[in-house]
Design a protein around this ligand. Sequence first.
Ligand code: NAD
Length: 526
Amino acid sequence: MSRSSAPPIFGETRLTTRRLESLAGRIDAEREGGIEVRTPITDDEICRIPDCDEADVDAAVERAREAQASWERVPVDARAETLRRFGDLVLERREQLLDLLQLETGKSRRHGVEEVLDVPLTSSYYAERGPSMLADERRGGAIPLATDARVTVDPVGVVGIIAPWNYPLTLAVTDAIPALLAGNAVVLKPDEKTPFIALALAELLEEAGLPEGVLEVVTGEGPTVGPALIDRVDYVAFTGSTETGRTVAERAGRNLIGCSLELGGKNPMIVLADADLEAAARGAVQGAFTNAGQLCLAPERIYVEESRYEDFLDAFVGTTRRLSMGLEFEYGPDVGSLIDGAQLERVESHVAEAVESGASVLSGGRHRPDVGPYCYEPTILTDVDPGSRVACEETFGPVVSVTPVADIESAIEAANDSPYGLNASVWTADRERGVQVAREIDCGTVCVNDAYTAGWAAVDAPMGGVGDSGLGRRHGPEGLRRYLEPRTIAVSRLGPLDAPPGVPASAFVRILSGLTQFRRRLMRWL
Ligand code: NAD
């Protein structure tokens, strides 16, 4: 691969071209050419990565399959210990990882920290709780006392993980952690815009003691590497857009392998009349503008009971206008950059179309090339046409609309008027009422008095979407079980459960009927 001189931006970091080239060198693939990776901070190329093809994917899956056979036999407590060490290493090396994360994504350092902390949170959860989820489980037998049943679990084998660019640190590994704990190997395909953070994490996993080959990384174009991977693995965990998710599901279906699909959203936030408006405004700012709005859980539609609409807007607009923008490699600025020109174009077109159809811009609404080539101001819209793209489609940028609603029922109806169902939030002084409203909202996660962090960081609870937001769940026992193949072992103490020799069929049916009734009563008592 051709060697380029480091762009000046490297001087602000702990990174060098040599370091990135050594990370790219971890990929066992053709070195010539490759794909250029650019930083959104200056739009300079920072390094190239191998453009893997089907043969490279094939070789990576083969290596993973070979390594998996031994990894599965490592005692689960030792596998858990490796993951604990990995979490500690991520915390220890956080400043270097944050430099790389910021360089690849342009996100503000304070938003990057969320990703770093998420890794030890997830690894310690599965290291502590995961082993008991893998233990044999007794289940009810067919005939009480005469037969029993137990469930044992095996790893599915090799898990393919396809990750997006928006949270490339945490989404590269937090789906891998339960898969590895369960004894699977993983082949990870990061987004082509953000491969280096994934490679740095693979390096740390190895340093933590993960044997070579148990986690392989393949880089390259999604439409080439993605399908090649799905055709070779035993399960695929995909995070990305709904459009790509459908093609992943189709391919997984053809191959008869399981898949989880963590897709897009158009997340509603409901502010009830009794809410603490200052807290709701802070929550709206955190939710809508974290990572410049490129967060799948970000609220993009806010509904406020009309008696408090103006007060909420005052608080929200005031807090938003105080946000600082910047691209420094330190904890100062609140909001960083969008990932690239395509994302900027999408954000600009959503806002322009909204304004053309009558929306007002209360804050932001401008591209800020003076801050960075792809920076866009945190933007609040009102009077948005319900049919416009900004009202219906995921913007995935720092843009949110605020709409008054007559009452709670109208708020719930508006919130549910979407094909998506990923995340929502309800803001109220009455937490119990918040929970009641949450039960009415068609989303995989609903937070009360928080925009998304309380739900996301509850690692013990499942997370995922309904409708166009996806299938399956990450986190909690559900996030581990997707990577397991359960086996039922049933033992009979009576020999074959069939009519004994010499017993007429009619008598046997009477015996079975009696046993069925006995079983029903027993199940009620137990
Ligand atoms: P994308 O679907 O374009 O890309 C995601 C990944 O899929 C990348 O690694 C890409 O290379 C790969 N890919 C592209 N084409 C492929 C194909 N034909 N087969 C297999 N893989 C392919 O997504 P994006 O637009 O880059 O990411 C942003 C989207 O991800 C947003 O919609 C966002 O809401 C969603 N997202 C969802 C979650 C969640 O947890 N639900 C989290 C983060 C992002």
